[in-house]
Design a protein around this ligand. Structure first.
Ligand SMILES: Nc1nc2c(ncn2[C@@H]2O[C@H](COP(=O)(O)OP(=O)(O)OP(=O)(O)O)[C@@H](O)[C@H]2O)c(=O)[nH]1
Ligand SMILES: [Mg+2]
Length: 357
């Protein structure tokens, strides 16, 4: 009896989409499953064999292309080397799973690049062995998930071109049974070599020159271009911001100088006004002092005049008094003489007392 060859199914997809979880569920393996934000599976790993519908099967768990710790070219090289080795040992893939989270709100650039790399690895001819598996249905409302599923199936830049060429889209309900039902679909598939296996082993191309390698380079070139464009844009923005800041600073400086000049002028104007007021005040003061001096002089003259009059009066009075005194003395002398003469006469004529002695 011919020994049936072991079936091999590869599980690919972006990091964190649940590849290792699916492999563990389906095969009973115990590969590490990511809990944090970092990528978890660092290498291509193959599960323990398990039996499905009487066939031995192994699953190949792969790292995602947007791995947080490895570059896309490292990831491509790892997957390409593994697949090329398997092909050299005449092991072809019965199926390829591309895992996609239905809970993702949109297909980002990273998801599209992952899917693009997946397509380049597979080539066109093996697409009938491809299952696009959506998971994490428990994380999204059923109606929302179904709407996204429809969009994925009908949009030309999403899964439609692959579905049109023979791939199918199925749901993974995060159970062993669901995983096995999915894998069941590969059991009767004729195993096919992927494009990259043929390119490396049959055509002798280096990984870099395979379709996936060239596409990755193009992607990376585009990414570098985009990064350069963004950097230039950022530089332009920073330069413009700096120029605007410099202009604003210059404007502030000119305004500041203008303000200082106006303040200075205002101060000078006030100082000039104060000086003029002071000059006027001093002139007024001088006028007032001059008036006071003239008044003083007038008063002094008046005083001198009065003094002079007083002195004159005093002199006149003195003269008058002296004259009167002389008159009185003369009168007294005359009277005295008169009395003496009368006394003498009286003595000569009979006596009596002298009224003066
Ligand atoms: N709710 C839900 N969570 C899931 C499902 N599948 C995987 N997960 C969770 O998603 C996270 C990532 O799962 P992994 O299996 O490590 O994903 P991976 O694709 O192998 O990730 P890498 O190895 O980094 O590429 C883990 O926390 C899982 O428990 C699913 O179907 N439903
Ligand atoms: Mg993993």
């Amino acid at each position: 009896m011919a020994i049936e060859q072991e079936l091999t199914v590869a599980v690919m997809g972006a990091t964190g989409t649940g590849k290792s979880t699916f492999v563990n569920l389906a095969s009973g393996s115990n590969f590490q499953v990511g809990e944090g934000l970092k990528s978890c599976t660092p290498v291509v790993q193959i599960s323990e064999p398990f039996v499905l519908s009487g066939r031995r099967m192994r699953l190949i768990d792969t790292p995602g292309f947007d791995d947080t710790t490895k570059s896309d070219s490292e990831v491509l090289r790892m997957i390409a080397d593994f697949l090329a080795d398997s092909y050299r040992q005449n092991k072809k893939l019965s199926g390829i799973i591309y895992m996609h989270r239905i809970s993702d709100t949109r297909m980002t650039g990273v998801s599209k690049r992952n899917f693009g790399m997946f397509r380049s690895l597979c080539g066109e001819k093996t697409l009938r062995n491809v299952l696009l598996v959506t998971n994490m249905w428990g994380e999204v409302q059923q109606s929302v998930g179904e709407a996204r599923e429809r969009e994925l199936a009908t949009d030309d830049i999403l899964f439609k071109p692959v579905l049109d060429k023979g791939a199918h889209m199925v749901r993974n309900m995060h159970t062993v049974q669901s995983a096995h039902e999915i894998l069941q679909r590969f059991v009767d598939n004729p195993p096919e070599a992927l494009a990259i296996q043929k390119e490396i082993v049959d055509e002798g191309r280096a990984v870099n020159n395979t379709t996936a390698g060239v596409d990755l380079r193009k992607d990376m070139d585009l990414e570098i271009e985009e990064a350069k464009r963004k950097q230039e844009e950022e530089l332009r923005r920073v330069r413009e911001a700096m120029e605007a800041e410099a202009r604003a600073q210059e404007k502030r400086r000119v305004e500041e100088m203008e303000r200082a000049r106006r303040e200075m002028e205002e101060k000078m104007r006030r100082a000039q006004e104060a000086h003029a007021r002071e000059m006027a005040r001093q002139a007024e003061e001088r006028q007032r002092q001059e008036k006071a001096r003239i008044e003083l002089e007038r008063v002094r003259q008046q005083q001198l005049e009065a003094q002079r009059r007083v002195e004159e009066e005093q002199k006149r009075l003195r003269v008058e008094m002296e004259r009167k005194a002389q008159q009185e003395a003369a009168e007294r002398a005359r009277l005295l003489e008169q009395i003496r003469r009368q006394q003498r006469r009286a003595r000569h004529s009979g006596g009596g007392d002298c009224i003066i002695c």
